[in-house]
Design a protein around this ligand. Structure first.
Ligand SMILES: Cc1cc2nc3c(=O)[nH]c(=O)nc-3n(C[C@H](O)[C@H](O)[C@H](O)COP(=O)(O)OP(=O)(O)OC[C@H]3O[C@@H](n4cnc5c(N)ncnc54)[C@H](O)[C@@H]3O)c2cc1C
Length: 388
């Protein structure tokens, strides 16, 4: 058993840390206020090769694993960038996984080098207005017409679609009642976003104002057969190869946000004097922060265990889910205590922890809710009866 990062990983951590910290708290505060996309941040990370981190070397990337993706995204979040900084970068990390594993050679050669260079931005679309946690019942259909497929339906919460060039989208190609299993008969496409055939409406949301999430109204969108990823009808299973990495990197982000908030809280607790002494001298302030630190460290161990399993080609469903569960809780808890430590200033935008509070809350809901993780653990890990 080896808990140490390699020399390369430590160097990478230092490089990402210093690059991310070039964008200070005021940069993120301003983007949160205006809703402007973090282009400068994305372009800087792309120019330094980080958008190609997990793309295989033969397609222009660095061929690194999920462990390194976690280091990169964790450091981005720990710099104070929050999910506003992490999201544009993580789209170059987990949506490409099904393409890397199941895409045709032509698809890989055509798109992966562009993703690696940051020349192509991606979105990922599964959730629908009537279907969130219950993916098998999705209603968006794709019907074959010669060399093309015609897609119709509605999607919701498709993040990054305002700026993305292509979207990885899950559709139903065999009606659920005709499929051999409820999770069969779904097909994954990786297609250019045709803005004439897709109405895209931004959703006004609680946090991460600078990175959009959208409703898609898809009307006779024609995509080429060459855009089909893997095998027709097996899309749900292909997607799973993107979902575990997504859970793992999101967990790394939640830990990073918790660390950033904790850093601000410790700083404030040391400087702020009330009743003639720093508030950090009070155990009522100090203990919750110490406990939050311990919980973040424990969650991070599970993140790296899950990433290690994935990188070694081993089953990691339980660990990816547990990492997401523990990290979302630990991250939310740390930020909540950071807000409390700041007293009234915790509620002021100027002190930034309120932005992190709004951003980290997302991770208890998406990409999978805490309850659905517990359902998974109860059923698939503990072997109890399915509860729904
Ligand atoms: C900001 C944001 C960005 C997002 N980005 C994307 C994206 O880019 N692409 C994408 O495809 N999706 C995206 N999502 C969607 C996200 O993955 C879903 O919101 C999430 O999976 C939950 O689905 P739902 O919202 O439909 O909740 P529902 O499935 O409607 O569930 C509602 C609540 O009921 C609970 N619940 C439901 N069934 C059970 C049960 N059997 N047992 C216990 N509890 C249950 C859920 O846990 C949840 O708390 C995003 C969401 C947000 C908020």
């Amino acid at each position: 058993m080896d808990f140490a990062l390699s020399e390369e990983q430590q160097l990478m951590r230092t490089q990402v840390r210093s690059l991310a910290r070039k964008f200070d708290w005021s940069y993120w505060r301003e983007l949160d206020r205006t809703g402007a996309y973090p282009h400068a941040f994305f372009n800087t990370f792309a120019a330094n090769g980080w958008t190609g981190a997990v793309i295989p070397t033969e397609y222009g990337g660095s061929g690194l694993g999920m462990t390194e993706a976690c280091i990169i995204l964790g450091e981005i979040c720990a710099s104070g960038a929050g999910t506003t900084g992490a999201a544009p970068i993580h789209f170059s990390m987990f949506p490409p996984q099904p393409i890397i594993k199941y895409g045709s050679e032509e698809m890989k050669q055509q798109y992966l080098p562009k993703i690696a260079k940051g020349e192509m931005k991606l979105a990922f679309s599964v959730t629908e207005p009537n279907v969130g946690s219950d993916t098998a019942h999705l209603e968006t259909t794709a019907v074959r017409d010669g060399d093309e497929w015609v897609i119709n339906g509605r999607k919701i919460w498709c993040s990054n679609a305002q700026n993305a060039d292509r979207v990885l989208i899950l559709t139903r190609t065999t009606p659920i009642e005709q499929a051999s299993k409820r999770t069969k008969g779904m097909t994954l496409f990786f297609a250019a976003i045709d803005r004439d055939a897709i109405g895209i409406r931004v959703i006004d949301k609680m946090g991460r104002h600078a990175v959009d999430s959208n409703e898609l109204f898809i009307d006779n969108w024609r995509v080429s057969h060459a855009d089909l990823v893997g095998q027709e009808g097996e899309g749900f299973y292909h997607l799973l190869d993107g979902l575990n990495p997504e859970r793992i990197v999101i967990a790394a982000e939640a830990v990073g946000i918790g660390k950033a908030a904790l850093h601000r809280a410790v700083q404030y607790a040391t400087e702020r004097t009330v009743f003639g002494r720093p508030i950090g001298k009070n155990q009522g302030i100090q203990f919750p922060l110490a406990e939050a630190y311990a919980r973040l460290e424990a969650a991070e161990l599970m993140v790296f265990k899950a990433a290690w399993l994935y990188d070694h080609g081993l089953p990691c469903g339980a660990e990816a889910n547990m990492a997401k569960l523990l990290a979302a809780d630990a991250g939310c808890d740390a930020v909540d205590h950071a807000v409390q430590t700041h007293g009234g200033f915790g509620y002021a935008k100027e002190f930034d922890v309120e932005r992190l509070y709004r951003e980290v809350r997302l991770y208890k809901i998406a990409p999978v809710s805490q309850q659905m993780v517990l359902n998974y653990l109860g059923e698939h890990v503990l072997g109890m009866p399915r509860s729904y």
